[in-house]
Design a protein around this ligand. Sequence first.
Ligand SMILES: *[C@@H]1O[C@H](CO)[C@@H](O)[C@H](O)[C@H]1NC(C)=O
Ligand SMILES: *[C@@H]1O[C@H](CO)[C@@H](O)[C@H](O)[C@H]1NC(C)=O
Length: 584
Amino acid sequence: MLLVCVVCHVFMLVLCLSADEDFDWTKNEHSSFYYGTFPTGFSWGAGSSAYQTEGAWDKDGKGLSIWDVFSHKNGKIQQNETGDSSCEGYYKVKDDISLMKELKLNHYRFSISWPRLIPTGIKSEHINEKGIQYYDQLIDHLLENKITPIVTLYHWDLPQVLQEKYGGWQNISMVNYFNEFANLCFEKFGNRIKYWITFNNPWSVAVEGYETGDHAPGLKLKGTGAYRAAHHIIKAHAKVWHTYDTQWRGKQKGLVGISLLGDWGEPVDINNQKDIEAAERYVQFYLGWFATPIFHGDYPQVMKDFIGRKSVQQGLGTSRLPTFSSQEKSYIKGTCDFLGIGHFTTRYITQKNNPSGRSSNSYFIDRDLAELVDPRWPDPGSEWLYSVPWGFRRLLNFVKTQYGNPMIYVTENGVSEKMLCTELCDDWRIQYYKDYINEMLKAIKDGVNVKGYTAWSLLDKFEWDEGYSERFGLYYVDFRNKNKPRYPKASVQFYKRIISSNGFPNQREVRETKQTTKTKSVSFFISLFLLEEQRSTAANILRLIHDPLTSHMEMVTEIVVPTVCTLSILLSAIFLMFLLRRRN
Ligand SMILES: *[C@@H]1O[C@H](CO)[C@@H](O)[C@H](O)[C@H]1NC(C)=O
Ligand SMILES: *[C@@H]1O[C@H](CO)[C@@H](O)[C@H](O)[C@H]1NC(C)=O
């Protein structure tokens, strides 16, 4: 048994080293790296959502959600997988909080399952006490461990009854049902929760749930379904914000925001006005669709213009984009105490005139643009997820200028993997986090008001229509094992290091803190690291003269990790020989 372990260990490390060579695109342009630390009090976290991690889909009185029903239909999810048990997070609150403590997280972002609290979705019908108890203990354990909970109210798991009876988000009645659910959460948990997120990524809910049908509830109401769903979601968000503002804020003193996903769109030709406009349109149809009403009271002008014109060309009397009354506009405007930003990737955008016949009814056609990617962009995991760190800084600056520099929490950022053999040696994830977090630091230096960052995600989990085929976790989850054990990937140590140094301190800062550090509990790993660091100090001083942004963090990935890997292999080999000899 022990022998098998050792062999596995060696095997993994060999993979770790060879993976280094496979991924030499991770070598960044050194000059573009920005050394510095984040503002004091910057909050570091990781995230998850209920349906993706909890499992226990039919336990303790939970009602069905649209995702339970959708994933049980064959042909909807990769390998026909479901979230029935997923990570069994429902039973592993203490285990998972110990993983968060290992990372020294400041906050943890999770979502409350609406049908776990209210099985039919309608509060007056039934409240499930067991569901309340589950979230109570989760919140209490987090607080006992000094981890701030950031709670999402809607992470896509609408109670199935509301879908069947009313058509889900197609129906305006969702606004009141959602408000009652949110109000219940404020009542039960609000004494302990200071950060509320009404909706996670409503773009996906609208477009993938009601336009493409790739997500639950799987409807394909092209050209109208997404706009109607979004319209009701925006109203529901505003209503919940007002409920909190008038009934709870005085006592509970928390904040209510929304979490929006936005890819960045960069013009293919920055000298071509049409491309510049198309790229702006891409971002406005994505992030602006929700952010502009919430910050300015109405949809982006470019959406009203384009969808309106296409509707006329199709012979429709009114625009397929619903309108807000002036009363609604002032009710919705300003309903955001902080803005959650989810960001993963970037596209190049060029102008493209789409045909506008009767049959060309679609959100995508309405935008009149084409999306392109640079084949040199790394795409280690999901098909859609190219690593383009500079897009993150641009998106954050866009938010700053468009919406009056709001308080921002990055609520999702991370990368998946498809390579099974290197699952614990995720050096491309380390590179992704390093580059994206660095671009966020640059954005803060640009004046963007980012207060916190949430790595997506804490664990590998159910990835919606992709099932378990894509892994976003800092921790690897063995889904084949009934106990769903978690194992740290290499990125855990890396992220932990960023958190403990609050960013990327430069050489001088590191030396100063080293001199003042009194603790003598220097592990083997650290002493090894210092040794390497001293050896390269001379080289670094020389480099400092030419380039003040020397590569401290690079040393971690390029010197320390390989050194530790090599040493581990040596030790393992010696151990192996020792074992073999004993058997002889
Ligand atoms: C999933 O379900 C579809 C539709 O019933 C079926 O064709 C397919 O073979 C199933 N896939 C797996 C991996 O079971
Ligand atoms: C909304 O639900 C009500 C009650 O079931 C129903 O009468 C109405 O037709 C629904 N509206 C839409 C747009 O589905």
